[in-house]
Ligand binder design. Structure first.
Ligand code: XUL
Length: 540
């Protein structure tokens, strides 16, 4: 009987399940639950609860549980092979936190199969909604924690990142300060990843080193909770945090609820979940230093493998644990797919028309520069959304379409400079990575070949591969990560998009120009208009 492995990805807008047959190097099926369309009772837009204040972005964690049950229902009805699944792991949008009372663990262990899990757990939440990675409402808490830890450089040294508004520590501190009574009633604080792992395994689950690093609470060197960071965040916090574990840890078997309701085998093992970016690192086959990926989803991220946690004190960068046991570096943008969508919708374009404009317009966009902060931005830090245009206006259809894409990759190129290793190739993943014309611009701006894949969801694939690896390591034989999953990933490669060397010099200059505009807008430095004119005279 073939052995199947399931990878789940609980992301901002949807929950995906991907089943693989590792021995046959095959992706067997993929099923997606879209929160807005499939679970309308939660009234989300793009997966989130709408708030008048753009810095506050929350989700209802019960929606993620309903999505899981709906996904299993569909998989069971459509394919009926859930019994053959040997192991499951998962991926969660990073940083989001779920707050639970003392009844949670008991309720989970004693679920009634006739009632939905969300109904049984709704009284276990001490915070109705969960702040997610798009939330940027915790600047005061970031400052307080950073100060207590001895400033920015100290904070980075300890936790692998400066304090960030979306990170779990500042979010927990805000809850503690605004609702001390409910904070005190909270007995467990989970990440999205460990929360979903606990639902699946029917008991409180640990946090892995990949996702734990995105909290400003884990010591990046020892990979334990850091006492100083915990004290700086909120009282009695350590007792509320799940333990930290290596990402390959088998945390138990599947909860009897899923065995009874969806016919899983009771022997199905559950592997610790991780964050979506650490899972994607596995899913696109990054295995050694110098391997990099861009993930173009609701967030745009740029990340790569590191052997040691070397730290940067300048930029908005992070060091996380990688599921292979070493490290990964990452930068993250909030103005990813939702910003691209805004432009597409404004001009009422199909993606085909959007792409055709990218092909029609020249590299350098006639010197039109956009700083696309449709939403508060993480890199560079922008709390008040605003879109800045230089040399064009918001009616200029061609200028805006090319402007947003060039802006996103120029910023990524500039803000990833601190990573000493320049990319040799970049693996592309996420929804927008299906668009060849977007990737061509990325290849030209980075002057690096970009690998395009057939599947967009490398986080779910990474989770499925992690599930398979822990299963084989435990039951068959240990296979090092160096080779693990690579053959399967190879079957999914579609194309290598080569950079056009003719655009090298232009984009070198445009990156410098772009940086000047960032400094002009955000740091009040000199207006670089004369440089922009020179750029136009040189290339157009
Ligand atoms: C990474 C980050 C985002 C989320 C998206 O630090 O905040 O990429 O993980 O789900």
């Amino acid at each position: 009987m073939s052995k199947l492995f399931l990878g789940l990805d609980c992301s901002t807008q949807s929950l995906t399940g991907m089943v693989i047959n590792y021995e046959a190097n095959e992706i067997v099926c993929e099923e997606v639950i879209d929160y807005d369309n499939d679970l309308p009772k939660y009234g989300t837009k793009n997966g989130i609860i709408i708030n008048e204040n753009p810095t506050i972005v929350h989700c209802n964690p019960l929606m993620w549980i309903d999505a899981l049950e709906l996904l299993f229902e569909r998989l069971k009805n459509k394919y009926g092979f859930l019994k053959k699944i040997k192991a499951i792991s998962g991926s969660g949008q990073q940083h989001g936190t779920v707050y639970l009372n003392a009844d949670y663990d008991y309720t989970l262990r004693n679920l009634d199969t006739n009632i939905s899990i969300s109904d049984q757990l709704k009284n276990c939440l001490t915070r109705e909604s969960s702040p997610i990675w798009m939330d940027s409402s915790t600047s005061p808490q970031c400052e307080q924690i950073r100060k207590t830890l001895g400033g920015r450089d100290k904070t980075i040294k300890i936790t692998g990142s400066n304090t960030f508004e979306r990170f779990s520590g500042p979010q927990i501190r805000k809850f503690y300060q605004q609702n001390p009574r409910l904070y005190n009633k909270t007995s467990k604080i989970h990440l999205v990843s460990s929360f979903m792992a606990s639902i699946l395994s029917g008991k409180n689950a640990p946090i892995d080193h990949g996702d734990g690093a995105g909290m400003n609470l884990m010591n990046i060197n020892s990979k334990d909770w850091d006492e100083r960071a915990i004290r700086a965040t909120a009282p009695d916090l350590e007792s509320k945090l799940p333990p930290l574990v290596r990402s390959n840890t088998i945390i138990g078997t599947i909860s009897p609820h899923f065995v009874e309701k969806y016919s899983f085998s009771p022997e199905t093992i559950i592997i610790a979940w991780s964050g979506d970016n650490p899972n994607s690192l596995i899913g696109v086959g990054l295995r050694k230093t110098g391997d990099f990926a861009i993930s173009l989803g609701t967030s745009d991220t740029y990340f790569g493998v590191l052997q040691e946690p070397y730290l940067d004190f300048q930029e908005q960068a992070h060091i996380f644990g990688s599921p292979m046991g070493n490290y990964m570096c990452l930068i993250c943008y909030k103005n990813g797919s939702l910003a691209r969508e805004k432009i597409r919708e404004t001009f009422d374009l199909t993606w085909k028309e959007f792409s055709s404009i990218l092909r029609q317009t020249p590299a350098g966009n006639y010197g039109k520069i956009m700083l696309p902060y449709f939403f508060p931005e993480i890199v560079p830090l922008v709390l008040k959304p605003n879109v800045y245009r230089f040399g064009f206006d918001k009616e200029d259809r061609l200028g805006n379409v090319r402007g947003i894409i060039e802006a996103q990759f120029l910023s990524m190129r500039i803000h990833s400079k601190w990573i000493k290793e320049p990319p040799k190739t970049i693996h592309a993943t996420g929804g927008a990575a299906a668009n060849r014309d977007i990737l061509q611009i990325a290849a030209d701006i980075f002057q690096t070949p970009i690998i395009k894949y057939k599947y967009p969801n490398s986080a779910a694939l990474g989770a499925a591969l992690r599930a398979a690896k822990s299963y084989y390591d435990e039951n068959v034989r240990f296979i090092p990560w160096k080779n693990f999953g690579i053959e399967l990933i190879e079957t999914q490669k579609m194309e290598i998009i080569r950079p056009n060397p003719k655009n090298k010099e232009l984009y070198d200059n445009m990156a410098t120009l772009y940086k000047k505009y960032e400094n002009y807008v955000l740091k009040k430095e000199n207006n670089p208009e004369s440089f922009r004119k020179l750029f136009i005279n040189t290339y157009f």
